[in-house]
Write a protein that binds this ligand. Sequence first.
Ligand SMILES: NC(=O)c1ccc[n+]([C@@H]2O[C@H](COP(=O)([O-])OP(=O)(O)OC[C@H]3O[C@@H](n4cnc5c(N)ncnc54)[C@H](O)[C@@H]3O)[C@@H](O)[C@H]2O)c1
Ligand SMILES: [Mg+2]
Ligand SMILES: [Zn+2]
Length: 276
Amino acid sequence: MTSRWTTAVLDTDQPGGWAVARSPEGFLFDDNGALFPREWLKRQDLSILAEHGIGHLDGEPVYLLELRSHSDVPGCNWKGLRAFMLEGDHTVYKVLGYAAQIGTWAREHRFCGNCGQAMIQVPRERAMYCEPCDLRSYPRISPSMIVLVTRGDEVLLARSPRFVTGVYSTLAGFAEPGESAEDCLIREVREEVQIEVKNIQYMGSQCWPFPHSMMLGFHAEYAGGEIVCQEDEIEDAQWFNVHELPPLPASRSIARYLIDVYVARRLGHAEPVLPG
Ligand SMILES: NC(=O)c1ccc[n+]([C@@H]2O[C@H](COP(=O)([O-])OP(=O)(O)OC[C@H]3O[C@@H](n4cnc5c(N)ncnc54)[C@H](O)[C@@H]3O)[C@@H](O)[C@H]2O)c1
Ligand SMILES: [Mg+2]
Ligand SMILES: [Zn+2]
């Protein structure tokens, strides 16, 4: 099956195509969704910071208008990326997730980190460039480990104070310089719940554009220790039986996938597929 959405660096001098508009309030949308005819969108009263050609959807070019601030467009509203993930068409969410990462990166790399001068968008390459330093900045991706710790019929799930009331999820955290994926996973589980793990098994990965994580998902078995929650980060953590699970994270998240796969295996059900 060919993908409906492919990323590309497109020349912004070419006319036509679709465009999405992103402001600090989220993406612009109307009854037809978040993709607008580009020429129409550029005629609206928008405070455009930069334009990026980001790819092709069903063969049609797609552009991002990154805005300084939101403005009123008749018949339209603004909505954050998370809402599109939860409610929307998965392909459109992928387009917007990519647009958000490119917009964030380009916005935060307008000036050279070495000399402080203005950087320029490199034609035909996804890079910002400082000529005096001959320095290129590429989109930033932050590797994060996410792990379901298991003990037979039980799984270890935890709550952050930021979660929706009642929801428990897998443990996660960002890789630090000098660490392998496994080092990071072991450290994060130790820091957050003081549990030791063994038999770490890679399960799959997911782009998580909030704002630029690359989630690497694992299962790991319990090897020792008693749960002690990390102050401020973990509000509660418990062993839950696969027959008595609490409210879980959104179905498109890799956190949910890691839980669903393990539960399916224990109960002999068909395994779910990780959303791309
Ligand atoms: N897709 C999923 O299913 C899923 C589930 C859980 C968490 N996540 C994501 O995993 C990531 C890590 O989860 P968490 O709950 O530990 O996050 P977090 O936001 O609590 O981050 C923990 C701490 O890491 C530091 N930090 C922030 N950004 C960093 C970066 N880019 N590099 C290094 N350190 C950084 C900060 O001190 C922050 O307080 C987050 O992006 C979160 O959104 C995704
Ligand atoms: Mg964490
Ligand atoms: Zn420079």
